[in-house]
Design a protein around this ligand. Structure first.
Ligand SMILES: [Fe+2]
Length: 258
């Protein structure tokens, strides 16, 4: 899948607007300046380096995160209507966790996680546009994301830490200690992790469908969905022509191919 430059730009504006509207006070400003500092990297990042995973194309990361934020907010309403105790976490905690749940995919301060594939055979035969950057030491996505936040003096609550840590649910066995507890006192004291995981799983599944179901079917899919952007597309007051300011030659050539 390829997103147009216009969709990528619109998705970035939604991303910034979500921060402005949901993350309050000084923390909101710190988060906004963090993302603007790394704007050039984040705006074009894929959500994965292998096309078998979801969002492995320029702009795939932001599109995925926006979908998780919107899904989380819709699920918030549904969980509330179903009788969930919504006093155990705040909506800000939910949106903060959604915005940053996959931040660890960014890499570290110096190195991107996903870089353009240099193996021509893998690119041509397997369609892999990206590869993992071996300059980066191994770290799980949740751990690296939380490290990046603290490294940039962006605080997070206990609820947010657990939600980001466990956003993959039981797809990650490391989460069993939080999510498979038998004793009631060891179970999460809030439904936030479940709501975030549900939103993330829904987004990844939908992104899989866009990418792969057409390849398994002769029927053409709804073309309008291939350039999906979110209904809550509001213009950000911090609107920037981010795509016009990209200075990296590698990113520029990737952008030119959109
Ligand atoms: Fe995700």
């Amino acid at each position: 899948m390829k997103l147009t430059a216009e969709i990528i730009q619109a998705n970035w504006e939604i991303f910034l607007t979500n921060i402005e509207e949901h993350i309050s006070g000084n923390r909101g400003e710190q988060l906004l300046s963090f993302y603007k500092r790394y704007e050039e990297r984040v705006i074009l990042m894929p959500a994965a380096h292998k096309k078998e995973y979801h969002g492995a194309f320029p702009g795939g990361y932001v599109a995925h995160v926006n979908r998780v934020v919107e899904g989380s907010l819709r699920l918030y309403d549904m969980w509330e209507e179903m009788g969930c105790d919504m006093t155990t976490f705040t909506k800000e905690e939910l949106v903060f966790s959604a915005i940053n749940h996959d931040l660890g995919k960014m890499g570290d301060k110096e190195h991107e996680s996903y870089i353009p594939q240099t193996d021509k055979w893998r690119k041509d035969k397997l369609g892999e546009d990206y590869m993992f950057n071996k300059q980066l030491a191994f770290c799980s996505v949740p751990d690296r994301g939380l490290f990046l936040l603290q490294q940039h003096d962006i605080s997070y609550s206990f609820n947010e830490m657990i939600a980001i840590q466990t956003h993959d649910g039981l797809y990650d066995v490391a989460n069993e200690k939080y999510l498979k507890a038998f004793m009631p006192e060891q179970k999460p004291r809030t439904s936030l992790p479940y709501i975030l995981h549900q939103a993330d799983m829904m987004a990844a599944r939908i992104e899989f469908e866009y990418e792969w179901l057409p390849k398994f079917s002769k029927d053409s899919v709804d073309k309008s969905k291939s350039q999906f952007t979110l209904s809550t597309n509001k213009k950000s007051s911090t609107k920037s022509k981010a795509l016009n300011t990209v200075s990296s030659p590698g990113l520029k050539s990737m952008l030119d191919s959109l």
